[in-house]
Design a protein around this ligand. Sequence first.
Ligand code: ADP
Length: 503
Amino acid sequence: MAGRARRLADALRKAGLKPGERVGTLMWNHHIHLEAYFGIPGAGGVMHTLNLRLHPDELAFIASHAEDRILIVDDVLLPLARRFLDRTRIEKIIVARISDEAAPGEFEDYEAFIAGGDPSEPLVEPEDEFTACSICYTSGTTGRPKGVAYSHRALMLHAMCLGMKDGWDLGQNDTTMPIVPMFHVNAWNFPYAATLVGAKQVLPGPYLDPESLLDLMAGEGVTITGAVPTIWFAVTDALRAEPGRWTLPPGIRVIAGGASPPPALVRGLDALGMVPIHGWGMTETTAGATMAHPKPEMAGWPREQVLDLFAERHLPMPLVEVRVVGDEGEAPWDGAAMGELQIRAPWVAARYHDAPGTEDRWTDQVAGDRTADGWFRTGDVANIDPAGFVKISDRTRDLVKSGGEWISSQDLENAIMGHPAVKEAAVIALPHPKWGERPLACVVLRESAAAGPDDLAAHLAAEFPKWWLPDAYEFIAELPKTSTGKFQKSVLRERYADRPWES
Ligand code: ADP
């Protein structure tokens, strides 16, 4: 891998890549993408991972905004690339062949391209450790996509932290498999962290169905893997459907993050012999910033109690500082006081790439000053308990404001997903003539399972005050998902905007 990455670096330099210039990648998780993770920065360039699930219009905007000039693209993704290339400055296209299709003659073939690179040529030294190594755009669920550039320093410190016991405890005896895409937040830094410690890396390519993933996990002896909860729903279902088909390595760590995993899922992973690790992070925080690990004083706790805590709460990793700021200023760590989660760490972004008007996301931003101690305003609503465990309740815009009081849509949907008949659930706020907003639950039932609004209401009533319970339920075949596999509530809000409330 190192030799091929060095060839890529030299070939890129020979192709005229200047230090600091962006090179786009439009690829699945596979070895060529890994080579790009090293070869592009090795040539002094900045790797810009493009999200292959975005609309061509968005990709045109993002690739233009980042001023990508060179693109490395999977052959199977060329049809997508062709839909936005002419709206960008991309002038050189290098095609990675991952299918049996004949090489598209009009573009350069990746293998031929790197064959022209000399692996003994020295790599380009970054100007300093703050030099950008890669850039990734937020998926734009909150407005226009914004670019976050990651410095060599941020990625290295974050990777080192993942190696720590209370990060991911990564080491050379691990076999890693990022299911989280390499085009989103550097696959949560799996590639750099695994390479740093010398772990074997398994990359699933475009095959993300549960059977393919389980074949790899069992066949390659994966010891740590990570994905959004939606993937883990499918994987646990597949394991339960065919007991005995797959033997997973004992103690395999399963990172679930990007959205909150319902307690039923965390318990399910544990029951199936996996070690669930719930993490929270954002594009702006170089992926995982908090991870669920037990504190010493929890040593005697029953497993169920630990798992239920982990489904909800996670601890800041070393070097990460968190606080919750409400209307009254910084909130106490009492496990209840809610406010906006703010965060500070050496790998939290200090600004967005070329995005005037976004400075208010940092508390005391000093333009251009790298040492400014601004806290990043996450836009997530959270509380912190006395032990320091953080609980994310919602994104600010997902909270339901009913009669002046807040209802956490995330708490409700996780509880609904704890009902045995429910596969997926999303709760949204809809305008209400009397209360301002009230919750509507959109529910996908498991195949051949039955449950009605009364069953779900009774299930929720055991846990929540009456005024929290959704006023109505929509039973639907599928929940819309974002490009990174999260429930896309904006689509649901639009779909049901004019839905009348039954009296
Ligand atoms: P986007 O979804 O806008 O692309 P990211 O992929 O960076 O942005 O996702 C970051 C957001 O995902 C966080 O601000 C938070 O709302 C949500 N998120 C991430 N991890 C968790 C988690 N463990 N629990 C709840 N929400 C999470």
